[in-house]
Design a protein around this ligand. Structure first.
Ligand code: PLP
Length: 344
């Protein structure tokens, strides 16, 4: 199967498995796992933050950030299609006791003036604004890179109002590789950052959150409270180190293949590519094919290809390190067969 459902399907490499086997470990709840400590140090340094914390998933990292930054009864501003709003089972409301204020973005980017207008005043009826979240790359916008300039403007506004900014950077390294701007330059305009080791970077498990020492001190307690305090977690951190040291450069290939796939599909009748392919995500509108999403995906599956649903009549392809150039050619051919079987 050519699995393009997500970049979460990546499997740990042989080198990662060896590193897991050989990892030096200790009890990480006591702060004594040298491999976890090393991963956290590398991550903090890469992001230009004081400290970092290994967490079980991107969702847990985002939740911990919300819990550290916010008090119940506050409001959190984010883009209307943000993962934190649409894909985390309302966890911020359930756990942090906040409500979400969404702003329609342009290719995933919120307008700084909209953010400023959404910040609450001191009216007794209104919630306080407790946090602003930015997602980069933006998943629902098709892996769009949010430019650091946009983040900087929002950060300046946030500082004027004394409100923290959290970056859901599940795919921050994709943004960095695509724009050739170091992750630090994005992280600079945030108070906390979450990124996934387990997506395009290819580690089997885990995310990192990073921020000030004070933020991470509080985050550590929230992680414990949420049941995310792990013991000999070095076996999970070891592939994370390899992900950061060796797999970042592979993202370039993922992006190249995504572009090749988009180019190969763009003249095929019956489908429309919805996004400007900047990173590893391709969104395809299949309305004109007159097939249901389910039928379309099933027919691709018969040709050995897996993709995901992404809203009405939209399917999503995510290139990842299990995909080769040959696979891309096969996918293009399969589309031709599915859409005009009589021609082949
Ligand atoms: C995948 C993802 C997450 C959540 O990460 P998990 O490890 O799956 O919990 C958060 N935000 C974005 C933008 C994502 O793509």
């Amino acid at each position: 199967m050519i699995d393009l459902r997500s970049d979460t399907v990546t499997k740990p490499s042989e080198k990662m498995r060896k590193a897991m086997y050989e990892a030096e470990v200790g009890d990480d709840v006591y702060g004594e796992d040298p491999t976890v400590n090393k991963l956290e140090e590398i991550a903090a340094q890469t992001l230009g933050k004081e400290d970092a914390l290994f967490v079980t998933s991107g969702t847990q990292g985002n939740q911990i950030a919300g819990l550290v930054h916010c008090k119940p009864g506050q409001e959190v501003i984010m883009e209307a299609q943000a993962h934190l709003f649409v894909s985390e089972a309302a966890a911020l409301s359930a756990f942090a006791g906040v409500q979400i204020k969404t702003l329609a973005g342009d290719h995933g980017a919120m307008k700084p003036s909209d953010v400023e207008a959404a910040i609450r005043g001191d009216d007794i009826h209104e919630p306080e604004t407790g946090l602003i979240c930015i997602e980069n790359t933006h998943n629902k916008a098709g892996g769009a890179v949010i430019p650091p300039e946009n983040m900087e403007l929002i950060y300046q506004i946030s500082k004027r109002h004394d409100i923290p900014v959290h970056l859901d950077g599940a795919r921050l390294f994709n943004a960095s590789v695509a724009s050739q701007i170091p992750v630090k330059e994005f992280a600079k305009y945030t108070d906390s950052v979450q990124f996934c080791l387990s997506k395009g970077l290819g580690a089997p498990v885990g995310s990192i959150i990073a921020g000030s020492s004070d933020f991470i001190f509080k985050a550590r307690k929230w992680r414990k409270r949420l049941g995310g305090g792990l013991r000999q977690a070095g076996v999970l951190a070891a592939p994370g180190i390899i992900a950061l040291e060796e797999n970042v450069k592979h993202l370039e290939k993922d992006h190249e293949y995504a572009k090749q796939l988009a180019e190969g599909l763009q003249n095929i009748e019956g489908i429309v590519i919805k996004n400007k392919v900047e990173t590893n995500i391709i969104l395809i509108d299949i309305t004109k094919s007159n097939k249901t999403t389910e039928d379309f995906l099933n027919q691709l599956k018969e040709h050995g290809i897996l993709a995901g649903t992404f809203g009405p009549n939209i399917i999503r392809f995510v290139t990842n390190n299990g995909i080769t150039k040959k696979d891309i050619d096969k996918v293009i051919l399969a589309f031709q067969k599915v859409l005009s079987p009589s021609l082949i």
